[in-house]
Design a protein around this ligand. Structure first.
Ligand code: NAP
Ligand code: FE
Length: 364
């Protein structure tokens, strides 16, 4: 078993202001954020104030879209190079945080073509990075993964190396306080999905199981707030921490088929990432229950739920949608999802039949 998490994590209210020197990883900063998230969360202003008062020049790329493409990260990487940035600050949800990892690679490897990022063998080590999450879902601040949209391949794909972990993460729930209710729910379900996919993963071990169950206990206590759509500062703090714990465990085990099967839902139907996972989670767990019934029982217990039927009800309330699917499109998507590498760490055999059944029972 291997447990590796090189990110220095600062947690809690005002952790950035209280540890501002840790933000200053270099002499020229390139900030990667979304169109609105940096500003709405207040994190961008806090970062800029610290850089200004420490005379650190910076450039801001604030046009990262949701589910960022390889091309847009490549362009931002060029800008970082032209600016001579020597460190990267990612601010936002998983989209900007993942994009920042790609920018850190492209920013020092001028000979690379965009798709070379998937070789995961870079001549120059990526620039050091700092993360400030503004959603509580992906855990990208503590994972080595960057999930990008590959338009030509009609899907999303991740790259990762031991050098694409953030060096420092500031995990402060106050930056998630302005998140709209439905984005809060979608992203919370992504975090839950990470905790569950790691706990049920064939690669799980003592350390990851311990952390995943802790994350599920925190998450379970927030179900009421998630359903009511009302969050105290403590709720925000805890949902964000559950998300960071989810990141820590998938950094070790990876995810399983819920994530790979969720990607076409996002690519073809524009369904937000967390919601895509949540639509598939119950049927995934029903299949998992056939082979690891004790684990499924323990995870439900830690969430404070009595049965998978109750779990399903929570997902339905949190993820209202009227999206329709056809059998044909599901049959087409499954041809690709069944080949994903995380099918290999699924607790049951992720055959074409098994994935088809999960798709059909979840979505038709
Ligand atoms: P996101 O795409 O980063 O953001 C969703 C929406 O929330 C955006 O419109 C964003 O605005 C807005 N937003 C973010 N923070 C806000 C705040 N504090 N207040 C108000 N609005 C805010 O969503 P996400 O679910 O966090 O990230 C999804 C991406 O992460 C996907 O590409 C997924 O594949 C990836 N992912 C990565 C990992 C990993 O291990 N690295 C794991 C799971 C998922 P802006 O558009 O202005 O930013
Ligand atoms: Fe995810």
């Amino acid at each position: 078993m291997k447990f590796y998490i090189p990110t220095k994590i600062f947690k809690g209210r005002d952790c950035l202001a209280n540890n501002y020197k840790e933000l200053l990883l270099g002499k020229r900063a390139f900030i990667v954020t979304g169109k609105t998230s940096g500003r709405i969360s207040g994190a961008l202003e806090d970062v800029v104030n610290i850089l200004d008062s420490n005379n650190v020049p910076y450039a801001i790329c604030d046009r990262i879209g949701n589910n960022p493409t390889v091309e847009e990260c490549f362009e931002a990487g060029k800008e970082a190079r032209e600016f001579n940035a020597d460190f990267i600050i990612g601010i936002g949800g998983g989209s900007p945080l993942d994009a920042a990892k790609a920018v850190a690679v492209y920013g020092v490897n001028s000979e690379m073509a965009p798709m070379d990022i998937y070789n995961c063998n870079y001549s120059v080590k990526p620039l050091p990075m700092v993360a400030i999450p503004t959603t509580a879902g992906t855990g990208s601040e503590v994972t080595q993964y960057s999930v990008l949209t590959v338009t030509d391949e009609h899907t999303k794909r991740s790259f990762s190396t031991e050098d694409t972990f953030y060096k420092v993460a500031f995990v402060d729930g106050k930056y998630t306080e302005n998140l709209p209710v439905q984005i809060t729910r979608n992203t919370a379900v992504d975090a839950l999905s990470h905790l569950i996919e790691s706990y049920t993963n064939t690669r799980s071990g003592d350390m990851t199981e311990y952390v995943a169950l802790k994350g599920m206990r925190i998450w379970g206590k927030k179900i009421k707030a998630l359903i009511e759509g009302k969050f105290t500062a403590d709720d925000r703090e805890e949902l964000l921490w559950a998300s960071t714990l989810g990141g820590i465990v998938i950094a070790q085990t990876g995810t399983t088929i819920v994530h790979s099967m969720g990607y076409p839902l996002t690519f073809y139907k524009d369904i937000p990432h967390g919601m895509a996972n949540g639509l598939l989670l119950t049927e995934y767990l029903r299949k998992a229950e056939e082979v690891i019934p004790e684990k499924v029982e323990i995870l439900l217990l830690n969430l404070g739920l009595n049965s998978l039927d109750e779990f399903e009800k929570v997902m339905k309330v949190l993820l209202p949608n009227d999206i329709s699917f056809t059998k044909n499109e599901l049959n087409e998507w499954v041809q690709t999802t069944v080949k994903a590498k995380n099918a290999l760490t699924c607790p049951f055999e992720a055959t074409l039949e098994a994935e088809t059944e999960i798709f059909e029972n979840s979505l038709l």
